[in-house]
Design a protein around this ligand. Structure first.
Ligand code: GLA
Ligand code: CA
Length: 670
């Protein structure tokens, strides 16, 4: 039998750009400026015609000001469009009630959150803390149990209605705390710590009370995607608590994709939707951020989301018919690299560190989550068996799996847990079960699985699921080609082990619904930022609450059936949240990594570098902005500061010189 070891060093692959590291205060501040500006046509067509208040009156008393010194190309000019291409499809605009907008930057471009974390890739380690955003400042009580946040004052939704603490409290009380509602990206009360409360102090002040002192970690969860409030003035009247005629389904679906001009705090408002064709967003006339010269942002008048496929996003960005892609499907790397190598290539392509990675998640809930049938229940018992997990991990040839996606130094063996690109990664604490079919078979026998009827597939023991062949359904989404390819590789690689894995592949919206409902045995999962940063979404590193983990949630009785090593993980994560001492944090994450990987908590698969492709006409793209780290590239590059210089501007605006209409108005444009 092959013994576990430390993982091999990943092949060397340098990120192409190094960020210019700065402090938070170098990026932005909140202050009033002597004068404000807007595009001329807004003044002429709207303000002068009496349709809109003056720009000064649309802005908060002290807007968010981006500092010019931190803008790679400085103060910008108005105009042009960023043409995204996406593979997702919108379910509707009610993010707070769990609807997907189709991803690819739509929700990031329309929503604003209390704090902001995408741009943190460029913050000096000693200054690392989420950026203020809707919460413009905050202070801790002396004992550290209370955090008082000051909201931006005088800011307005894109329809001109004031934004204030009532919007925040509606999101918290009637969405996060209401067990019948799960916001997109899964905010639950425990996302902010078990027992945490939130109250309104006054129209512009809110106060958090925590169960432990100074849990600064939760500031990260107050950013995208777990604390981005929706417009209470539209949502509240649809919520069953305030509208007894409505069911929770009615609430969730009250704003379908065809509902236009849904009010947002983000830089662009959805003004047009054509199914399977395009979503068009236009500048928000009430946007509350400016540059140092007083120009109201965004600079870009319009942002498009072409409703196509994720693979097409790569093709179009490299060809110049689209403007942006997170090149993250390794199957497309060679072609995209070829296109961007030419001198006249329309787009620049920059690889970052290995921050995209996949795990095979095994459903650990044996007490009813997702209402499993007898077979599925038996699989969950297996998932909870360490020898079984070791068998699966050891039967997977990760080198081959990575190479099946793309040849070359892009992918690396991923044993699970924190990524090797993480600041908290420690190789010596990482347990790797190297590929060996013989060893895997021995682990499987130890788990009590034998092929009793000689058909090549191991059987459940007599008395479990009728002693039938072990058959496991693998949930994987098909919108991303990589998820599907990885799913197929797992199925093929486990066949010689005598495990029959059956594909249960479906679109992203359906996959997410199954995932959230716990209706799966195994899941192909693209990891989120906690395994890169440890500080973003820290609670998700372990089942710290009943609804926090993706693959282990409370059963029908509301309780979690944690295995002993999971309790260790939960305690480790909670200790990490409770301390701000760097040395202690490093030690805790080493322990976390050790426990995670030796227990094969989730089966790590592959980790790899991804690239940002941005058309060369755009200015202010920060150097070294990763495709994914604290958040996706669409947030990290701070699109509201991105511009196109006058000589490079194109004629791509579909609704030139127009602004969003009133909420729900059928006409895209006023
Ligand atoms: C999808 C894409 C990512 C990114 C995000 C943004 O998940 O695969 O590259 O665009 O949407 O939410
Ligand atoms: Ca059999």
């Amino acid at each position: 039998m092959l013994e576990p070891t430390t993982p091999p060093d990943p092949p060397s692959f340098e990120a192409q750009g190094k960020p210019n590291f700065v402090g938070v205060a170098d990026i932005l501040e909140f202050r009033a400026l002597p004068e404000y500006h807007e595009p001329d046509w807004v003044t002429a067509k709207y303000v002068s015609a009496g349709l809109l208040p003056s720009v000064k009156d649309r802005l908060p008393t002290e807007p968010l000001v981006f500092k010019a010194a931190n803008m790679p190309d400085g103060i910008g000019v108005y105009g042009d469009v960023m043409r995204h291409v996406i593979g997702g499809r919108p379910e509707g605009w009610n993010y707070a009630a769990g609807q997907s907008q189709g991803w690819g930057g739509i929700d990031i471009g329309t929503m604003e959150c209390l704090t902001r974390t995408g741009p943190l890739f460029q913050i000096k380690a000693e200054d690392l803390e989420p950026l203020p955003n809707l919460a413009r400042s905050w202070e801790w009580s002396e004992d550290g149990y209370q955090l008082t946040m000051h909201l931006i004052e005088g800011a307005k939704w894109s329809d001109g209605v004031p934004f204030d603490a009532d919007d925040v409290m509606f999101y918290w009380e009637d969405n996060v705390l209401d067990p019948n509602v799960t916001p997109l990206n899964g905010a639950s009360p425990e996302t902010f710590g078990v027992g945490t409360t939130l109250e309104k102090v006054d129209a512009n002040t809110i106060r958090w009370t925590f169960k432990e002192p100074f849990p600064k970690q939760y500031l990260y969860q107050m950013g995208y995607g777990t604390f981005c409030p929706g417009p209470a003035h539209l949502l509240k009247p649809q919520h069953p608590k305030y509208n007894p005629a409505n069911s929770y389904e009615d609430y969730k679906n009250a704003f379908p994709p065809t509902y236009l001009n849904f009010p947002v705090m983000g830089a662009w408002v959805v003004v047009e939707y054509r199914p399977d064709d395009i979503i068009v967003t236009r500048r928000n006339p009430y946007y509350w951020k400016v540059d140092e010269a007083g120009n109201q942002l965004p600079y870009l008048n319009e942002v498009h989301y072409r409703l196509s496929t994720w693979a097409d996003r790569d093709v179009q960005a490299a060809a110049g018919t689209g403007d942006y892609s997170n090149l993250e499907q390794p199957e497309n790397y060679v072609e995209a690299l070829k296109r961007s190598a030419a001198d006249d290539a329309p787009a620049r392509l920059e690889f970052g560190p290995r921050t995209i990675g996949y795990s095979l998640l095994l459903n650990y809930s044996a007490n009813g989550w997702g209402e499993p049938d007898a077979r599925s229940q038996a699989v969950r018992e297996l998932n909870r068996n360490l020898d079984f997990r070791k068998a699966i991990s050891t039967a997977l040839d990760r080198q081959k799996l990575g190479e099946s996606l793309v040849k070359g130094p892009f992918t690396a063996i991923y044993p699970g847990g924190l990524y090797s690109a993480s600041a908290y990664y420690d190789k010596a604490s990482t347990v790797y079960y190297p590929y060996s079919l013989e060893t895997a078979k021995a682990y499987l026998a130890k788990a009590g699985l034998v092929d009793t009827d000689g058909d090549g597939i191991v059987n459940f023991p007599a008395g479990t699921a009728g002693g039938a062949n072990v058959e496991i359904a693998l949930l994987s989404e098909t919108d991303l080609r990589t998820n599907k390819n990885i799913g197929e590789a797992i199925i093929a690689q486990l066949e010689p082990l005598g495990i029959r894995v059956v594909s249960n592949f479906m679109g992203n919206n359906e996959t997410l619904a199954r995932q959230a409902a716990g209706q799966y045995d195994w899941l192909v999962y693209r990891n989120q930022s906690e395994l890169i940063t440890a500080v973003q979404n820290t609670v998700a590193l372990a089942p710290t609450g009943p609804r926090v983990s993706v693959f282990h949630r409370a059963g029908t009785d509301g309780s979690l059936d944690l295995l002993p090593f999971e309790t260790d993980l939960v305690e480790t994560v909670n200790s990490f949240i409770a301390t701000n001492d760097p040395a202690e944090r490093i030690a805790l994450m080493k322990h976390y990594q050790q426990v995670y990987t030796e227990n094969v908590y989730a089966v790590g698969l592959t980790q790899y570098s991804a690239a940002l492709i941005v058309n060369k006409r755009f200015a202010n793209i920060p150097i070294g902005a990763p495709n994914f780290m604290f958040n996706w590239g669409e947030d990290s590059i701070m699109r509201e500061r991105v511009f196109v210089s006058a000589d490079k501007q194109q004629d791509y605006e579909l609704h030139p010189e127009s602004l969003p209409g009133t909420p729900g108005s059928p006409d895209p444009i006023d």
